[in-house]
Every structure is written in C-alpha cells, then in structure tokens.
Ligand binder design. Structure first.
Ligand code: GDP
Length: 482
C-alpha cells in the first residue's frame, strides 16, 4: 500500500540520515515562477561565498566549504546547475525553465556550534534539492474525485467568466460528442488536445491563471502523448455507469490510470520524502493581470498548501505532509520593485497565503512568507522630474523588449518607474474582493537581462546579487547548520 511504501522510504531515509545528515529541500512553484533561477542562485552563492549577511551560518563565518556531489537518486534527472549558471553569468541570458523533476546534491561543510553535531557528523550536511513543477501538486485534489466529479468541476470552471471564451473551442467540440458513443482514439486525442490548448491559453500573460489541473497536461514531463494523458473531461455525462466500450468508459479508465500511475507515485516517491519546501509565486504577474488572476492564484495556493498542511484531507496527504516541518512561500522577482515596495509585496503575499490557508481550514501559522529576488537584475536610482525626486530602477532590458514604443537590443541600460504597491494590503484586497472596482495597482514589468557580474580589483568575480535570498536560506537551512 501507499502507506507501507512511504513508511519504508522514510525509514530508509532516516537510517541513512544517521550516517550522513541530509536535508531534502523541495523547490516548486507554477511555471515561470522562478524555480530554476532560484536554485541556480542559491547554489552559486553557497559555492562561491556569496554576500549573505542575513544567513547566520554564513555571516558568522562558520561555512567552511560547499561542493557538488553525485545525487543519491539515480532514476531522477540531475538539475543541470553548470549549464544554468553559465548561461546566466557568462551569456547573461536566463536559463531554461523547469519542465520536469530534477535533483542536485550540494554538500555543505560547516563549523558546528554544537559539540553534538561536531562529534557525530563532523559538521557536514548533504542538501538534496528537488526541483519540480508546481502544476503537479495541483493534481492532489483529483485523487479524491471520480471521473464524473472531475468532469463536473472542470466544466464548471471552464464556464466561468474569465475562462469562458478561452474554453469555447473545447466545450463546443465536447458538447457535440455523445459520451455513450463507441470509444474512438481520434475523439480522445482531439478532445485532449483542445482541452490542453484551453489550459495553455489560461496560463498566458494576459490572464495569468493558476488553477489548471490536470497538471501534466501543461507539464507532461516524459509522459507526453501517453494514453494516461489522452483524456479530457466530458460535459453532460449521464448519471448511469459508463457502458462497456463507450467513449465515456475509455475516458474514465484513463482518468483512473492518470491518478494511479502518474499522480500517486509522484506524491509517494518524491513529495513524501521532502523535509522542507519552498513555494515560489509570481504575485506581481497575477496582480498585473487583474483580480481574477489574484483570486486564482489564491485558489492554486490553497491546493498547493493542502499538500503540505492538510486541514481535513485524505490519508495520502497526511502521510505526504508528515515529514515537512517548514514551508516557505516566496514572492519572487522583487527586483522589479523599488526597495520601499519590498515590504509591501511581502505583506500582500502574506495576506494571499493567509486567505489561501483559511480556504482549506488551516491557520497558516507555521508558514513563513518572504518577498525576494534570487537574482537581482536591477539597481536603484532616482531621477528628477518637475523638481521632484522619483525612485526608478535601472537595468538592461532583454533583446526585443519594448518600452513605450522603444525597441531594445539587449545592450542598452534604461531606467523605468516600477510603479507602486499600496502601503496597506487592505485596500488592495478590497479591490480584489469587489468586482465593481477592478483596477489593481499596475507594476511596470520589464524583462531585464541577468546582471553583469563585476570583478573585484584582484580579478575575482563577485557573487550574484540578490534580494533577501539570504533570509530564505536562513529559514530553510539555518537550524541544520547549527
Ligand atoms: P521556472 O519555470 O519556475 O523554472 O522559472 P525560471 O526560473 O526559469 O524563471 C522564469 C523567468 O522569470 C526567467 O526567465 C526570468 O525572466 C524571470 N526571473 C526568475 N527569477 C528572477 C529574478 O530573481 N529576478 C528577475 N529579474 N527575473 C527573474
């Protein structure tokens, strides 16, 4: 059973933990939230002695050395740190985003403050970083649904105001097909394709929606095209059981396989073995897209948190979450804002997390929230306008970025007004909650190139600049380096 398998894994991990202290850190978030950039920056800063004043172990000079080692799990792809780092530091372009699960082991040697640790582990911690798409976590609620419930929920969501037009091509087609007709691979593929197109359209910048299960439809990993992914919800299902050989029966069977061969093993083999978890969210993108996107982010976060902090959910979740003792939700890309807004972004993110937690009947009390930029692509400055000093951020826009009609070639710096976040989150959420007041504050989001890393006088490359990455490290790793 799942329970026995998870218990066995936990026991094995505990045993090896005695010989070799290990921390399995999960890094997740919806696509483009910033997972790849976060892991690359975290590892780079540890390998190269980055500036981390708020990371106690580093600040007090107790970190002796960090290096990469082969990861313990041979069947999981390796996180290609070197490729990502060289793209970011040498080519100054952003690395390829996360598309599936991957793993990296970093060994940290430190001078332990406690005699106990010094004696047993000699001050050595193996940090196993596990990177995986947040989309996959959104599948957890599916485990509690049968095909009829899944179809009903998906169709209801698809008919909502923000989604209706995007879902139309799929819904039209789905409505024209009789669920009781003989099963046909062509129909299944066509419906799965239209349904996936609809999910993809929801994800695009203008809508920036987050709740889009089944997760593998957008992030198939190595399952692209497999039958377990070739299904779709059907509207207007009859209340009777699916007749043998019907399209409905075929869809139902595939949905059940999706749950048993894709979703469950993922939770059992990967999520259940994590000790800590960071969830990255792109709150600013959601705010810019409007209130529906913010509400949707909240909904997605509820689903994500229910994987780690279940209120009243099923057995598997309880098993999965038992081991994770710290959860950090981080609003990323804070370098798009002037520093006065960093605390405001954090306050808004905290409120989103509180709202998401209360949706699932969890207090959210033991969940930490931060605003950060794993890589700081901008610096701050002020410009004088009409005798007033105005805060701006300066960076090099990516090749092809357009600002106010001006096209950038990737080699030229520019200053922009980032826009302001409200001083108090209350006014922001009032706007989110009232449909008559749809305007949220606009942040001017320009995609900048990664920063130019300067060299010191002695020719040593200085470390990657960041915002509050050190605080995240302190929260996630600090107590294990004591
Ligand atoms: P993933 O899909 O979660 O792996 O997302 P990535 O790590 O690939 O990030 C997606 C994009 O967001 C990157 O290509 C960057 O453009 C942007 N990004 C991510 N992190 C940062 C950051 O710390 N600062 C800035 N300015 N941009 C970032």
């Amino acid at each position: 059973t799942d329970e026995a398998l998870i218990a066995f894994d936990t026991l094995t991990d505990r045993a090896s933990n005695l010989i070799q202290p290990t921390l399995r850190l999960g890094v997740t978030g919806l696509s483009r939230a910033g997972k790849t950039v976060f892991i690359t920056a975290l590892v780079h800063n540890l390998l190269h002695g980055g500036r981390l004043p708020m990371f106690q172990a580093a600040h007090s000079g107790r970190l002796a050395r960090a290096f990469l080692e082969p990861q313990p799990d041979d069947a999981v792809p390796r996180f290609q740190y070197e490729d990502h780092a060289s793209r970011m530091l040498t080519d100054r372009i952003w690395p390829d985003s996360t598309r599936a699960i991957s793993e990296l082991r970093l060994v940290i040697e430190y001078e332990s403050a406690s005699g106990w640790n010094r004696f047993f582990s000699g001050g050595r911690l193996c940090l196993d970083i596990v990177d995986y798409p947040g989309e996959w976590l959104l599948d957890l609620p599916l485990l509690g649904q049968d095909y009829a419930a899944f179809s009903f929920n998906a169709t209801t969501l698809a008919r909502s105001t923000v989604r209706g037009d995007l879902a139309a091509p799929w819904l039209e087609k789905a409505k024209s097909i009789d669920p009781l007709k003989p099963a046909d691979e062509g129909d299944a593929r066509e419906l799965a394709r239209l349904f996936t197109d609809y999910l993809r359209a929801c994800k695009k910048d203008e809508r920036a929606l987050s709740t889009l299960p089944p997760g593998r439809f957008l992030m198939p990993g190595d399952l692209d095209g497999s039958p377990a992914l070739t299904f779709a919800p059907l509207p207007n299902l009859p209340e009777t059981a699916a007749p043998k050989g019907s399209l409905m029966a075929m869809m139902e069977r595939r949905f059940e396989s999706y749950k048993s061969v894709v979703v469950k093993p993922f939770f059992r083999e990967h999520v259940a073995r994590l000790d800590r978890q960071i969830v990255l969210i792109d709150a600013m993108q959601a705010m810019n897209a409007g209130r529906e996107a913010v509400i949707d982010l909240e909904r997605a976060l509820s689903d994500v948190l229910s994987c780690f902090r279940p209120g009243s959910s099923n057995l598997l979740t309880n098993l999965v979450s038992r081991r994770i003792d710290k959860v950090l939700i981080a609003a990323t890309k804070a370098d798009h804002l002037h520093h006065e807004s960093h605390d405001r972004l954090e306050a808004i993110a905290r409120r989103i997390v509180e709202r998401a937690s209360s949706n699932i009947g969890s207090s959210g009390a033991d969940i930490e929230v931060l605003a950060l930029a794993a890589v700081r692509a901008t610096r701050e400055a002020t410009v004088k306008q009409d005798g007033e000093e105005l805060p701006v951020i300066v960076g090099t826009p990516l090749e092809g970025e357009r600002i106010g009609g001006e096209l950038f070639d990737g080699n030229r710096k520019t200053a922009i007004f980032p826009g302001d976040l409200p001083r108090k989150p209350d006014s922001f959420f009032k706007a989110v909650d009232s449909s008559s007041q749809p305007n949220l504050p606009e942040i001017n989001i320009v995609r900048f190139r990664p920063p130019l890393i300067e060299e010191s006088d002695t020719g040593i490359k200085l470390s990657l600049p960041h915002i509050r990455l050190d605080r995240a490290m302190d929260y996630l790793l600090g107590d294990r380096l004591a």
